[in-house]
Design a protein. Sequence first.
Length: 251
Amino acid sequence: MSDSKPAGQFFDAAIGLLERVRDEEAGPIAAAGAAIADTVEAGGRLFAFGAGHSSLAAQDVVYRAGGLALMNLLAVPGTLGVDVMPATLGSALERVEGLAGAVLDSSPANAGDLLVIISLSGRNALPVEMAAGARALGLKVIGVTSVAYADGTRSRHVSGGFLPDHCDIVVDSKIAIGDAELTAEGIEAPFAPASTVVTSAVMQAMMATAAERLVERGIEPPLLRSGNVDGGHEWNGRVMAQYADRIFYRH
């Protein structure tokens, strides 16, 4: 049911996008979940990367109740959010060439591991080089992005390429260029972005698929429990001890 109020309109827009992604990206999401399960089964490590607000969806699957304990954040200092001062520096760093290579070289990521790269536009140097560099190292790369940007904007990387050009699997978030769902009379700029809602849902759908695939193979998914339920801390301690060599957010 549609709503004439902005709050209701935003919910309608977000629900519509979620339904589109559910229906139109079921194949890529299933492939991504299977690839994550493959990596877990083979003894590999899992990483997620995003810059700016795209980092929110990456952080949401790391050390998360109900999530896979093996997912680690691949952090690029200064790009994780608005805590860097000035906040505009984070946006500038996304366009710096060579930064991704330096981060990968100093990270624990290696051949046989998997990296999920979240970038709404997929046009900046950082995510493009991160994907290309990770694949060169032998990582499986999953990209979560809006494919519309590759059709409607110019790349900011010297190659002219976008994130999807360097991924093994691409999940299209269906977010329109500009990431704002609403307009209204008297408001000059479009407003109400939905990329965080949709991208976070995509990430959780991938994790859920991976858990299902692992169970199908007779493998207990290394999931974390909430620390706010009885026995949660003890459960998590056992999981972290079992997979200590593949978890890096405790070091």
